[in-house]
Design a protein around this ligand. Sequence first.
Ligand code: MAN
Ligand code: CA
Length: 245
Amino acid sequence: MLNMKGHEDESGMVLDIRNLSSPARSAALNRFTDESVEVATSVPGRKLHKWVAGSFCLLCILQAALNVSLRLALPLQQDSMKKELEEQKRQLDYMASQVNVLTNEREELKRKLEDFAHYAQQGWLYFNGSFYYISSIAKSWQDSRDNCSQRGAVLAIISSREEQEFIRQQQKVMWIGLTDRETEGVWKWVDETPLTASFWYSGEPNNFKGRNEDCVVINHYYSNENNWNDAVCENEYSWLCEKHM
Ligand code: MAN
Ligand code: CA
């Protein structure tokens, strides 16, 4: 610590005692030793001070860097959270609409089931998507048509060989929903659809003996695939209503 040859020591203090007298030398030495001890002990304090200052600066820089990066990162994070939120809202909306669709479907199925139960209980026959009602009494074609309306149905509309087959199997003379009342010779179903597949009994339609036969009835030739007959609309027969489900 003490350099007698006058070189700088760690504390940077130099003492030249070469030209001093002996008492002066030892006094100076004593003083120098005291001071240098003082100085020597104060060196770690200064170093600590520097270190603290340096650390503080470093912390400040770190803090600044953190601030900057947070400023940059936060908006990005907010953006992605916003996007995520929007996506979740979209999904929620979609699910809500699906719930709506399913609720409506359930209501529709419930209605259908109730309808089925209703028609089946009333003795209607089910065939290929429709219920059929066969009256036990006889009425004119128009009254029969009105009666079907009151039942929420129409006079039967036959649109396939299978349906014709099913109706023939009922073995009953019945009005169906076919007429040429509007224009003679132009046969139309009551739902306005034109006649495509027809199942006339041989020789029909014939306006038999010049009578005005404008309404169609399933005749009694049940063993014959084709058994339609044009008859006078005021005649009274049973009738066949159809309710398409
Ligand atoms: C009855 C009626 C007519 C039909 C003839 C067939 O007279 O049903 O509509 O054409 O029979 O012989
Ligand atoms: Ca006829």
